[in-house]
Design a binder for this molecule. Structure first.
Ligand code: IPM
Ligand code: MG
Length: 358
């Protein structure tokens, strides 16, 4: 059966990296029997400019129809002054919420060819391979009440609520235990249970779930310590599960350990395996349109899509292998350059992957 893929390239470098990812999909269709049809929809600032809404109803409807969404990036300084609901970020958050994409998988792995690019000494990060499982549709990002106003003393105030119910914790917990089981059987749950009630519930539920996964070793860590341990001794982590806000922060820190946020893909999955696939890096407005952005995170996001939504792990392996080969050959976009390698444009890097897939 033909799978439907919706491409939402968004803002900044989004369109140029998605273009390369789509070339990779096209190559898989023509040379490897992948059966997909592609469609496109506006999102983010681009959608706001065209239709006054960062997630127009037609885009949301198209995303609901799709088996998988390839998402580029959203945001830019020209939209920062808009009311919150019109900002590009709101389009992304609504998409996550409306599609119920509660499980966000953010791998942080080091390509041996890029060890020099890490902020840490090579020995600290060699063979680094962490999977951060971030809860994506709850917690303080969506908790009610949220808002702002003026208090009795006439001073401005604002508030958000970090709230989880046990069902939300159970479903992300199960997903994380299963992922840990398929990896090295070690799961670290990150919270702030020494201070927050919501984190105590998180910890209690994770501990209860552990009884169902006797083959997985569950540990708990406070988020402040986890941030420190990530930059002190990152290889102690295998699979990490955490809430929305902590996962947002820790996944950026983990990405930097690999030296190359331009290399990292992510998946956001619902309960039935439909998903949205997105490079971890943002819209990088400072380099947009120059043809220097690294398309590999978007291309590796296609690999995750093949594995998690399209049931084509064989093709995912091929794409990942091609990325390794491109790095072996010394091809580098500007963000991962060193003295011995040759600089490739966005298009040249995408073209190299396509050539290797043919
Ligand atoms: C991310 C981003 C988003 C988030 C923003 C753009 C809303 O930082 O995907 O990590 O905070 O989740
Ligand atoms: Mg973030």
């Amino acid at each position: 059966m033909t799978s439907r893929i919706l491409v939402m390239s968004g803002d900044g470098v989004g369109p140029e990296i998605c273009r390369e990812a789509v070339r990779v999909l096209d190559a898989l269709v023509s040379d490897h029997g992948l059966d997909v049809e592609l469609d496109e929809a506006l999102v983010g600032g681009a959608a706001y400019d065209a239709e006054g809404d960062p997630l127009p109803p037609t885009s949301l409807a198209a995303a609901r129809e799709a088996d998988a969404v390839l998402f580029g990036a959203i945001g830019g300084p020209q939209w920062d002054g808009l009311p919150r609901a019109s900002r590009p970020e709101s389009g992304l958050l609504r998409l996550r919420s409306e599609l119920d994409l509660f499980a966000n998988l953010r791998p942080a792995m080091l390509y041996p060819q890029l060890a020099h690019a890490s902020a840490l000494k090579p020995a600290m990060v060699s063979a680094l391979d962490i999977m951060i499982v971030r809860e994506l549709t709850g917690g303080i990002y969506f908790g009610k009440p949220a808002g702002n106003g003026v208090n009795e003393a006439g001073r401005r105030e604002a508030w958000n609520t970090m709230r989880y119910d046990e069902d939300e914790i159970v479903r992300i917990g199960r997903r994380a235990f299963e992922i840990a089981r398929a990896r090295n059987g070690r799961l670290c749950s990150v919270d702030k249970a020494n201070v927050l009630d919501v984190s105590q519930l998180w910890r209690d539920v994770m501990t209860e779930l552990a009884a169902e996964y006797p083959d997985v070793e569950l540990t708990h860590m406070y988020v402040d310590n986890a941030a420190m341990q990530l930059v002190r001794a990152p290889k102690q982590f295998d699979t990490v599960v955490t809430g929305n806000l902590f996962g947002d922060i820790l996944s950026d820190a983990a990405a930097m350990l690999t030296g190359s946020i331009g290399m990292l893909p992510s998946a956001a999955l619902n309960a039935t395996g439909r998903g949205m696939y997105e490079p971890v890096h943002g819209s990088a407005p400072d380099i947009a349109g120059q043809g220097v952005a690294n398309p590999l995170a978007a291309i590796l996001s296609v690999a995750m899509m093949l594995r998690y939504s399209l049931n084509r792990g064989d093709l995912a392996d091929r794409v990942e292998h091609a990325v390794g080969q491109a790095l072996d050959r010394g091809l580098r976009t500007r963000d991962i350059m060193d003295d011995e390698t040759q600089i490739a444009s966005t298009q040249e890097m995408g073209g190299a992957i396509v050539d290797m897939l043919r």
